[in-house]
Design a protein around this ligand. Sequence first.
Ligand code: DQA
Length: 143
Amino acid sequence: MRILVINGPNLNLLGKREPEVYGTVTLDDIEKSLAKKFPDVKFEFYQSNSEGTLVDYVQKGMSGAFDGVLLNPGAYTHYSYAIRDAVAALKIPVIEVHLSNVHAREEFRKHSVIAPVCKGVIAGFGSQGYELAVQALLKIIRK
Ligand code: DQA
């Protein structure tokens, strides 16, 4: 099982960035913990602050090298049609993840332009959301 994990802008700052909203766990902690919790899964982890680079990473999902994608697009969630189109082109399942409960925050965070082309969305469970997404992907892929 091969899963591509892609994180968008400012998620490199996890642990330091608004800890009251996003927690104190770093992105490196999340990636290490996924690798430890799912030893049978081959993960590839990417993070970028740039929209075009994120599109390139999502397109890696078309290579045949992956069975599923976990994507936290950060603020691009709310307005990037380029990332949405890249996700829509994939034939493998994509799960959108948010650390925070985007529905309980500012109005602009309540809308995702990417969610409609994803298999599902997990939001509000902090770093645990990444594990839940991998569990869901594994279930979908093994079906
Ligand atoms: C986020 C939610 C987005 O609205 C925000 O711009 C982020 C992080 C989350 O994981 O909760 O950068 O995707």
